[in-house]
Design a protein around this ligand. Structure first.
Ligand SMILES: [Zn+2]
Length: 336
């Protein structure tokens, strides 16, 4: 059921997932959500950037710049939530493409939260804090912001506040952002940035091998991984090259800067939680298919939708046919 606003929250929710955009949580966490529902636990999904553009762009402009049709996307979200059987709330803020005049390639990827978004961050924080209080949430799930998307970073940063102020008795868990986590090395750059020297401790064998790749090969793998994403593959060579340079530069520079990571994670540890969602894989695929406008942008046309999840799961150490999701729980224990 879609809740019209925060005031309409009338019950306790054990799990609250915050999604930057219309699809992120379903793409990343649908398996775990289905498990929680099957166990009779209560789940609320709150999506932040669901509003229309506030600029006077014509329909033609939106189409020619490939900007999203938000009405259609909100309808897709409702279908996905109904399929999962969970309650959801849309906060209605405009996403970065609508807040910025810069080309999408530059506006959507960044290594930090921009100054002009600070007021927005404060408002979002108030909203999510109220949701957590009213819903008496037990576990709050935020994106790890793999890929440095500007909107994902804003939601990630909310966690810092909860960690530093600890005014609510909730546990914080980060989820790995799909599709960014499918691009080789991006997750390692992100973890490296967040956890300093402890970053490599909990990688699977495959990931550890990947992280030992020589830099030049790593860059080539990053290029092929990024340009193989259907949404990037269909672009011109020039745009592909430009996008790669922006992503590679920002990911690498963020990972290389010691002490540049968010202060809220300092002195705490991120501990991985592997969630086996093999039994829920088919239902997860069906939930994702509800986002009809996004599926062709995210998944290859002639490949079963779950193939890329299978590859990702195997990188985490899964057996063939097994599907995994990985989460990072914040542990209140200083680095040793
Ligand atoms: Zn997103």
């Amino acid at each position: 059921m879609q809740l019209p606003n925060i005031d309409s929250i009338q019950q306790q929710y054990e799990h609250v997932y915050v999604s930057p955009h219309l699809d992120d949580v379903v793409l990343s966490c649908a398996g775990r959500i289905l498990q929680q529902k099957n166990q009779g636990e209560t789940v609320l999904i709150v999506t932040a950037f669901t509003g229309d553009t506030q600029k006077a762009w014509s329909h033609l402009h939106l189409k020619s710049h490939n900007l999203p049709n938000m009405e259609q996307r909100r309808a897709e979200e409702r279908r996905a939530m109904d399929y999962l059987g969970v309650d959801h709330l849309l906060l209605g803020y405009p996403e970065v493409l609508f807040r910025s005049d810069a080309p999408a390639i530059f506006s959507s990827s960044c290594t930090h939260v921009r100054r002009r978004d600070i007021v927005l961050c404060e408002e979002l924080l108030r909203n999510i804090r109220t949701v957590c209080q009213v819903a008496q949430v037990r576990i709050l799930y935020l994106p790890l912001a793999v890929g440095n998307h500007a909107d994902h970073q804003i939601i990630f940063k909310l966690g810092e506040h909860f960690l530093s102020h600890c005014e609510l008795p909730l546990k914080l868990v980060y989820y790995e952002d799909v599709p960014y986590v499918f691009v080789p090395h991006l997750i390692n750059y992100r973890l490296k940035r967040l956890r300093g020297r402890a970053w490599a401790e909990n990688l699977s064998e495959t990931e550890a091998r990947l992280s030992d790749t020589p830099v030049l090969r790593e860059i080539v793998e990053l290029y092929y991984g990024l340009t193989a994403l259907p949404t990037v593959e269909s672009q011109t060579s020039l745009r592909k090259g430009l996008l790669f340079l922006v992503v590679a530069f920002r990911a690498l520079s963020a990972a290389m800067m010691p002490g540049f990571g968010p202060s809220g994670c300092t002195g705490r540890k991120l501990s991985p939680e592997i969630c086996d969602v093999s039994a829920e894989a088919e239902e997860k695929a069906e939930a994702i298919r509800q986002y009809r406008s996004q599926v062709p942008l995210l998944f290859r046309e002639n490949e079963p939708l779950m193939d890329i999840y299978s590859q990702y799961s195997q990188n985490l150490g899964a057996a063939p046919g097994q599907f995994l999701e990985r989460y990072w729980r914040v542990i209140e224990r200083p680095y040793t």
